[in-house]
Design a protein. Sequence first.
Length: 148
Amino acid sequence: MNKDERKKILLDIIGSKEIETQEELKREFEKRGIAMSQATLSRDINELGLIKIASENGGQHYARPASKDNKGKGSYAHVLSTGMISVDTADKLIVLGTESGVAMAAATALDHMDIPGLVGSIAGDDTIFLAVKAEHEKEIIELIGRMI
């Protein structure tokens, strides 16, 4: 099976059910008679740019990143509005607080939103550090403040 076929199946799986972990994804592939290594699965997830979004049950599941214009459940704004708790500054960083386990998904959403002046992000479990250009700091704080 080639990479494109694997990726199509992966997208079909996450489109049909809420998958929280790579282990669950691996089992879904195995149900279809497809064996793959964890490294291959991780690489496919990364190449597809999959993110984790909040589930209605309080957990998270894999999803395709939505376009900026999409207002649906998988949209970047949805990821931010459902998981963000606080915005603060520390020296030359913006520090964002999130629900536990949401920081990586929220950081990915922010990274893909093409926010002027946002240089990059570092995420832990419930905290995100944003590196921003000084002249854009106030605008970015206001933008994020409107999202939460």
